[in-house]
Design a protein around this ligand. Structure first.
Ligand SMILES: *Cc1c(COP(=O)(O)O)cnc(C)c1O
Length: 454
């Protein structure tokens, strides 16, 4: 609580007295006081101290079309006046949800024409788990319950979401994972590849799926879930050999493949979906975040036609949320997709901003702290190390957090995952803004190195 601004101090007092923040150390946050973000435009945020900050994380990976688009506010306002709420439980529907389902089917991979809506990505994955088990039960194989997931994957923070995810620090709190969810190794060469080449490691990591299927028994496995690129785990881009080998294994065994597209979906890789980028053929795709550019909460599950055909034979699916397909959220999502399409935002990522960001980011490879720069589309990661050649980390120094703090102080939001700095800026970021991002990142790497040496 160091601010001289009485308004900031007042908000921080409210935070201390009344607010429990997600993924936070409550006591530590009380001592420091949160930074209060008050407004935003384009790729920039402003805080209550008047600082202008380049948001290298698009909020939490979600603000695809950038902040401050009046069209989304207008779409919400119009829908609120017309029909602010109605549920979809008892054989009713409303125009925005139907139009949105069609708009999503139009951009989704071929043969994926149905959407179940939820309020978030976590709820999308809860829906997936129940739908997968329901699907196999209808097919007369009720034992196919187990979902295979990956260590250090992120699939949300509900009980099912956190269980599907492979974050040990989440599992430690509350006896997770729940039964019926098992995890295999992740394709994170930089941290776990050892002496293998990335190509060898990619095949090894993919083969873990086959080993797990055989260990659990294919008659007991319902699905494999994975992010095309792990986001929260540290922007982990699998070696080129990984997805082709996974596809071979999936083709061999009768299990469903679920792509968690909550981060990769809606243009992040320069294609509509991460599965387009890697040419995967999922049976289900979880969506959220970029679906509404984060302007309003909404998630969902896109389902392949063959799966829907089976579900059609199963009677009631006893699952849904009060806010499934909320009309205001649907109207905002529709307008968000319209803007992405009409303004060719994803094409521009693909042809202009992604190549430029990836080129500029890789210039940081010459920095003494940097062990690897990697990225795809508008996703990037910078590995901070003590020794470039051996990929050895600075042990116990919290280098990532030091760097993140310098970034915040210097007007840039980069997130730290351990000692991996990650970025995922709004898709509308310009070349000049990318220059600013990279210049600031280098400055903060310099400051971090001095702090380590000082
Ligand atoms: C954020 C995220 C989720 C969870 O979404 P929420 O809306 O926070 O529930 C699920 N999967 C992935 C890959 C995510 O990044």
């Amino acid at each position: 609580m160091t601010s001289n601004n009485p308004q900031t101090r007042e908000w921080q007092t409210l935070s201390n007295d009344h607010h429990l923040a997600p993924f936070s150390d409550f006591k530590q946050l009380k001592e420091k006081g949160p930074r209060i973000i008050t407004s935003a435009k384009g790729v920039y945020l402003w805080d209550s101290e008047g600082n202008k900050i380049l948001d290298g994380m698009a909020g939490l990976w979600c603000v695809a079309i950038g902040y401050g688009r009046d069209e989304l506010a207008d779409a919400a306002s119009k829908q609120m006046r017309e029909l602010p709420y109605y549920n979809l439980f008892f054989q009713t529907a409303h125009p925005p949800v139907l139009e949105l389902a069609k708009a999503i089917a139009d951009i989704a991979p071929q043969g994926m024409n149905h959407v179940f809506f939820t309020g978030s990505g976590s709820e999308g994955n809860d829906t997936m788990l129940r739908m997968v088990r329901h699907y196999w039960a209808i097919k007369g194989q009720p034992n196919k319950k187990v979902i295979i997931s990956r260590k250090n994957g992120y699939h949300g923070s509900t009980v099912a979401g956190a269980s599907l995810g492979g974050m040990t620090y989440m599992h430690e709190q509350g006896d997770l994972p729940i039964p019926g969810i098992v995890h295999i190794a992740q394709p994170y060469w930089f941290a776990e590849g050892g002496d293998m080449t990335p190509e060898e490691f990619g095949v090894w990591a993919a083969n873990q799926l086959e080993e797990k299927i055989l260990e659990v028994g294919v008659d007991n496995v319902g699905a494999f879930i994975a992010e095309p690129i792990q986001g929260a785990g540290g922007v982990i881009i699998p070696p080129d050999t990984y997805w082709p080998r996974i596809k071979e294994i999936l083709a061999k065994y009768d299990i469903l493949f679920v792509a968690d597209e909550v981060i990769c979906g809606f243009g992040r890789t320069g294609e509509w979906f991460g599965t387009d980028f890697y040419d995967l053929k999922p049976d289900m795709m979880t969506i959220a975040k970029g679906l509404t550019s984060g302007y309003i909460p909404m998630g969902g599950l896109i389902v392949r036609d063959e799966v829907v055909a089976v579900l059609n034979e199963g009677g009631d699916f006893n699952h849904g949320f009060t806010y499934s397909g909320h009309p205001v959220a649907a109207a905002v999502a529709l307008e968000n997709i319209r803007i992405m399409r009409d303004e060719k935002i994803i094409e521009r990522v693909n042809t202009e901003s992604a190549p430029y960001l990836q080129k500029r980011l890789r210039e940081l490879n010459d920095h003494p702290l940097v062990g690897e720069v990697r990225g795809v589309g508008l996703l990037g990661a910078i590995e901070l190390v003590q020794d470039k050649a051996t990929r050895k980390r600075y042990e116990g120094k919290g280098v990532g957090m030091i760097c993140r703090t310098f970034c915040f102080e210097n007007g840039l939001i980069m997130r730290a995952v351990g000692d991996t700095m990650i970025i995922a800026p709004p898709l509308v970021i310009t070349k000049a803004e990318i220059d600013e991002l990279v210049t600031k990142a280098r400055k903060c790497l310099d400051l971090t190195l001095s702090a380590l040496q000082g």
